[in-house]
Design a protein around this ligand. Structure first.
Ligand SMILES: NC(=O)c1ccc[n+]([C@@H]2O[C@H](COP(=O)([O-])OP(=O)(O)OC[C@H]3O[C@@H](n4cnc5c(N)ncnc54)[C@H](OP(=O)(O)O)[C@@H]3O)[C@@H](O)[C@H]2O)c1
Length: 285
């Protein structure tokens, strides 16, 4: 049975839907913190079990009978995230998994200023030595995250943020489709090439796309890192979260998310969705 963790989240849900298009529901299981949130999947015949990355015993029973595991990266950060992933990898190995597919991100690096990148790099090192064949999907930066950086720009007409850099924004739907392929085929092995859409777009480009889709003028305004942090903290955002954001802009400026690669397009057999497509769909729905 292929078991998907994080199936109550956006990417994991899309991966399960991709599996359901390829396999009978009886071949699919999910490991989720709250089984009630996956009741609709249970109704389709998907096996639903409780599994929490912070509770090794729960994973041991959630992963029983696993053939391949989709390990969604935890939305914790730092040592907690790395420990969550290590616990899940060990549980998958003990349960006899023949492949672990992990959702990493392009820009994964022990020295990145953006917190999740060292977490991914540490997890990839664990995968490389765990003794189980693995696929680490180096997902492009979610287009949905890029659109979140618009903040209230649609209302204010200004996209205020620190200096940024080009980013290969990529749609959840496309990344989910390729993850389902990685779980049902053998084409992707080890650390993948970056899985990206066709073009990079910086925040000035996101402002332009949002202007075009909304019909409202939006100006990109660059503020200093310090002014940005002060603005966030004044609005009640915890300092750690503000620091996380600054790390992200630093990694963007370093070009961590700038590479373009044809692997995603080749796997999908069509052009990946662009940030423009994602914004249009969001504003329509
Ligand atoms: N590539 C990128 O640009 C990018 C951007 C942002 C995040 N990410 C990473 O990609 C992951 C998936 O993205 P997404 O959009 O699907 O995020 P999401 O909608 O927030 O889903 C995260 C999933 O992880 C599960 N989870 C969190 N902590 C867990 C734990 N301790 N044990 C078991 N499950 C746990 C959540 O379960 P619950 O439903 O129970 O909370 C949820 O199902 C994120 O978690 C993050 O690591 C990548």
């Amino acid at each position: 049975m292929i078991i998907v963790t994080g199936a109550t989240g956006q990417l994991g849900r899309g991966i399960v839907e991709g599996l359901l298009r390829r396999l009978p529901a009886s071949h699919i299981g999910v490991s989720v913190r709250n089984p009630e949130a996956a009741a609709d999947l249970a109704a389709l015949g998907v096996t639903v079990r409780r599994g929490d990355f912070a509770d090794a015993a729960s994973l041991r029973s959630a992963f029983e009978g696993v053939s391949r595991l989709l390990l969604i990266s935890s939305n914790s950060s730092g040592a907690d995230a790395v420990a969550h992933h290590r616990t899940a990898i060990e549980a998958a190995r003990a349960a006899g998994a023949q492949r672990i597919v992990y959702t990493s991100q392009m820009g994964s690096s022990l020295t990145s200023p953006f917190g999740p990148m060292p977490d991914h790099a540490a997890t990839e090192a664990t995968l490389a030595t765990c003794g189980v064949p693995f696929t680490s999907l180096r997902n492009g930066f979610y287009a949905a995250s890029g659109l979140m950086l618009l903040g209230n720009a649609l209302a204010s007409g200004e996209l205020l943020a620190p200096a940024d850099g080009p980013v290969a924004w990529t749609a959840h739907a496309d990344l989910a489709e390729v993850a389902a392929m990685a779980l049902t085929g053998d084409e992707l092995d080890g650390i993948t090439r970056p899985l990206t859409a066709r073009a990079t777009v910086d925040l000035a480009g996101i402002a332009a796309v949002a202007s075009e889709v909304s019909g409202k003028p939006i100006r990109r305004v660059v503020v200093s890192d310090e002014a940005f942090v002060a603005g966030l903290v004044a609005r009640g955002v915890p300092e750690a979260r503000a620091g996380f954001m600054i790390g992200m802009f630093g990694a963007m400026r370093n070009g961590a998310f700038a590479a373009l690669d044809p692997t995603l397009e080749r796997m999908l057999g069509r052009a990946p969705l662009s940030v423009h497509d994602v914004l249009k769909a969001k504003m329509a729905g």
